[in-house]
Design a protein. Structure first.
Length: 314
């Protein structure tokens, strides 16, 4: 690993791969991480490339499915795949990861060379997202947001499940790391605020979707997504999309369930398609003080934004 001094400094923040101790002095992380644009990022990311992402030359028909991790990314990918294939995702013999590559984790050239219309997955806050160089070439974004406590629970199982996160702790410890913004993609509250502000500016190139609405009113959401992508859809395609993007179907769909990545999971890991429910947090947040602390940070960080009214944290 290179020395800290060899990394660039932007806005007073050192960017790059570092040791577990350096980022949070006196409070070392349980995993090795790197910092890009001030947030903790997955170690698979090339941080040098990440620093340049906002300048990526986008095209008007590019779409980014952009989420804080564990918010329903894969589910939205499957919905888009279903809409594009008129309800027959099985006709495309490719994993979701290959159809919608993780933009930050892939080489720049590969991302540039993809055939249009290009659709990517991203876990970047708005300020770090690809935007192109002019208004005329601006792309579109589908932002999926999920209840922060369900995200926290899902991310806990995810980080315990994959070997490369090096995390062996218990849930209360994880909640503190989550609240401190020390997990992948940084602080949930700051992250969602950047996308909320973008959507609140009536930017028509951002579609703002709640995971919970994907559950409760899938017809409406699927229609919205199709309209946003300017793709034709009818009642029959919506029915097929609802069916083939259901949790039960995706669990068994080898192009959607991440079973191809099984060597990356620990032996006792939960499957990637774990529960897919709303409100699982109630089975995990047993420490009253910590729960209260979570709610306070939510209010403090998101007061006055629509996000505050989107979720009941009690
Ligand atoms: S990742 O790794 O960031 O891309 O993960 P992401 O896909 O965003 O989120 C994974 C969680 O979404 C759940 N999921 C679903 N829920 C409901 N219906 C469908 N079809 C569906 N597909 C995926 C998945 O189970 C993870 O949530 P948890 O709560 O852990 O089950």
């Amino acid at each position: 690993m290179a020395k800290a001094d060899t990394y660039p400094v932007m806005n007073g923040i050192i960017q790059g791969v570092e040791s577990k101790e350096r980022w949070f002095p006196g409070d070392p992380l349980p995993w090795t991480t790197q910092i890009c644009h001030g947030i903790t990022c997955n170690i698979v990311i090339d941080y040098k490339r990440c620093l340049k992402i906002p300048e990526f030359e986008t095209k008007p028909d590019d779409v980014f499915i952009v989420t804080y991790p564990k918010s329903g990314t894969t589910w939205m990918q499957q919905i888009v795949k279903c809409i594009r294939t008129k309800g027959h995702p099985e006709t495309v013999d490719e994993h979701l990861e290959d159809i919608f590559p993780w933009f930050e984790a892939m080489p720049q050239k590969d991302m540039e060379d993809r055939p249009s219309p290009r659709i990517y997955k991203s876990h970047s806050p708005y300020y770090m997202a690809a935007k192109g160089k002019s208004e005329a070439t601006r792309c579109k974004y589908i932002h999926v947001i999920r209840h922060p406590k369900d995200v926290c629970v899902s991310l806990f199982h995810h980080m315990k499940g994959f070997w490369d996160y090096e995390f062996n702790g218990e849930f209360p410890e994880f909640v503190d790391l989550f609240l401190g913004g020390k997990v992948e993609s940084g602080c949930w509250f700051d992250f969602v605020r950047t996308w909320y502000e973008c959507a609140a500016s009536k930017d028509e190139r951002v579609l703002y979707v709640r995971y919970e609405d994907m559950k409760q009113k899938p017809r409406e959401v699927i229609q919205q997504v199709a309209d946003f992508l300017e793709l034709p859809i009818d009642e029959a395609i919506i029915d097929l999309t609802i069916e083939k993007s259901s949790f039960a179907k995706m669990q068994k769909d080898n192009h959607a369930n991440m079973s191809w990545r099984k060597e990356e999971f620990r032996a006792n890991a939960e499957p990637f398609m774990r529960k897919g429910t709303v409100g699982d947090w109630k089975n995990h947040f047993s420490d009253e003080e910590q729960n209260k602390h979570f709610n306070e940070i939510f209010t403090e960080k998101l007061a006055g934004t629509k996000v505050e009214s989107l979720y009941d944290l009690n």
